[in-house]
Design a protein around this ligand. Structure first.
Ligand SMILES: Cc1ncc(COP(=O)(O)O)c(C=O)c1O
Length: 420
């Protein structure tokens, strides 16, 4: 087999986008006229999607925020990639590995709304954002801005920069129910000084589900000469946006959350003009300093995971990002509106729906979050996660697109009973 035939064979076996992973053409036609907000409540549409997942039968799964399971069609393709790469082994690595990764990267860039030279595939948000944090040419006394609600791994990495280089970390507290976006922007603005070199902001805070006005924060920071790094772990493939429209300098996300890839897939976006000044974590003298590829010297890694990103994108696009965003917010609103105002029940999630998505957090006064999580699981077979940090003392509830209203009704009943 000559090289071209070989490439074609492997490309055909491993890649390629086909429609029909989720819906039949007739189903798609039937629902295409409905606006996303109307469709959000149409059980028949989402029940069809539900059949594409193999779900546990002995508990109600409301913790899809850590790692969201792959749909069966994506999982099957992933397993196919594992087999195909295993069969060809070194030959795969030495021939088509790079071509295939470049194709997947281009597809990911298109999904993110940027060009392929601004995106690399990483293992997760932690790797993406820590690459940026440690890549800044820090000097003692330089400052960074972040929030108490930010993710621990990134806060740890900034703390490390503090110990290693003498970086001063300024931490703000974001109000849960701001009067306006400007109130939040001002909180970040107040923390900026002439020594600020980087500002980190979460697109969607993982413990509260709060969606922050990232564009406005970026504009404010840029007006003061400060680059912005956005933690998009939960926003990417959940909210309808294009990364360049946020105006940020750096964006990191995990694809194993809302894109539904296999575990261990992420993206890092670096605005083209920000690449050169960033130090890579792993040296790569073969890449120009201006190429984002210099940040991606990963060594030998599970390339079949990279390949499955393409399948997950195909699956995601068949559903549609507008529909996903509308459905996830609708599900969250479905249960939060039923418990808001119930005595002893407290929500740690903004009341304005447009500041939220799938995630919400609920506590019961006088009940530690750990106890609440155990009670929900042991007494009601509802799996959640306890959050007890930064003034947030509840359990995080994260439905998925296929979560049913019956499951959320069970949650509402359990919470009401526990609070009574
Ligand atoms: C806001 C936020 N940032 C970063 C991360 C880290 O993601 P990963 O473990 O995939 O790197 C998470 C994980 O839940 C998160 O919620």
């Amino acid at each position: 087999m000559d090289k071209r035939d070989f490439l074609r064979t492997v490309g055909g076996a491993l890649g390629g986008a086909t429609l029909g992973l989720v819906f039949t053409p007739a189903q798609l036609r039937a629902f295409s006229a409905l606006p996303a907000d109307t469709l959000a409540a149409r059980a028949d549409f989402w029940d069809t999607l539900r059949t594409k997942y193999r779900l546990p039968s002995d508990f109600i799964h409301l913790e899809h925020g850590y790692y969201s399971m792959q749909a069966e069609p994506v999982l099957e393709r992933f397993i196919g990639h594992v087999r195909a790469v295993n069969l060809l082994s070194s030959r795969y690595m030495r021939t088509v590995q790079g071509t295939n990764k470049a194709r997947v990267q281009a597809r990911l860039a298109a999904l993110a709304g940027c060009t392929p030279d601004e995106v690399i595939i990483t293992r997760n948000t932690t790797e993406s954002l820590d690459t940026v944090i440690s890549g800044v040419d820090w000097k003692a006394g330089d400052e960074a801005v972040m929030a108490v609600h930010d993710y621990g791994a990134m806060l740890d990495q900034f703390a490390l920069m503090g110990r290693r280089w003498g970086v001063v970390n300024r931490t703000v507290t974001v109000p849960l129910d701001p009067r306006s976006d400007d109130e939040i922007v001002q909180v970040y603005a107040n923390a900026i000084t002439p020594r600020t070199r980087l500002l980190m902001v979460c697109h969607m805070i993982n413990i509260t589900g709060h969606v922050l006005p990232v564009r406005k924060i970026c504009d404010m920071a840029h007006a003061r000469g400060v680059p912005v790094m956005v933690d998009g772990a939960h926003a990417f493939a959940q909210l309808d946006f294009r990364i360049p429209d946020l105006g940020c300098d750096f964006y990191g996300a995990s694809l194993h959350k809302w894109l539904g890839t296999p575990l261990g897939a992420g993206l890092l976006y670096v605005r083209r003009d920000r690449v050169e000044a960033l130090w890579p974590l792993y040296g790569d003298e073969g890449q120009p300093l201006t190429s984002i590829a210099k940040l991606n010297h990963t060594g030998t890694h599970p390339v079949h995971t990279d390949l499955a990103i393409e399948d997950a994108i195909t699956f995601h696009e068949e559903i549609g990002i507008q529909r996903k965003e509308a459905r996830l917010r609708w599900l969250q609103q479905y249960w939060t509106t039923r418990v808001r105002g119930v005595p002893r029940i407290r929500l740690f999630t903004p009341s304005d729906p447009m500041r939220t998505g799938a995630i919400a957090n609920v506590g019961i006064d006088g009940m530690p979050p750990g106890e609440l999580a155990v009670a929900l699981m042991d007494r009601f077979q509802i799996f959640t996660v306890a959050i007890d940090t930064a003034g947030v003392t509840g359990v995080r509830i994260t439905p998925q697109l296929f979560t049913t209203t019956a499951e959320l009704d069970a949650l509402v009943r359990a919470l009401t009973l526990l609070a009574s």
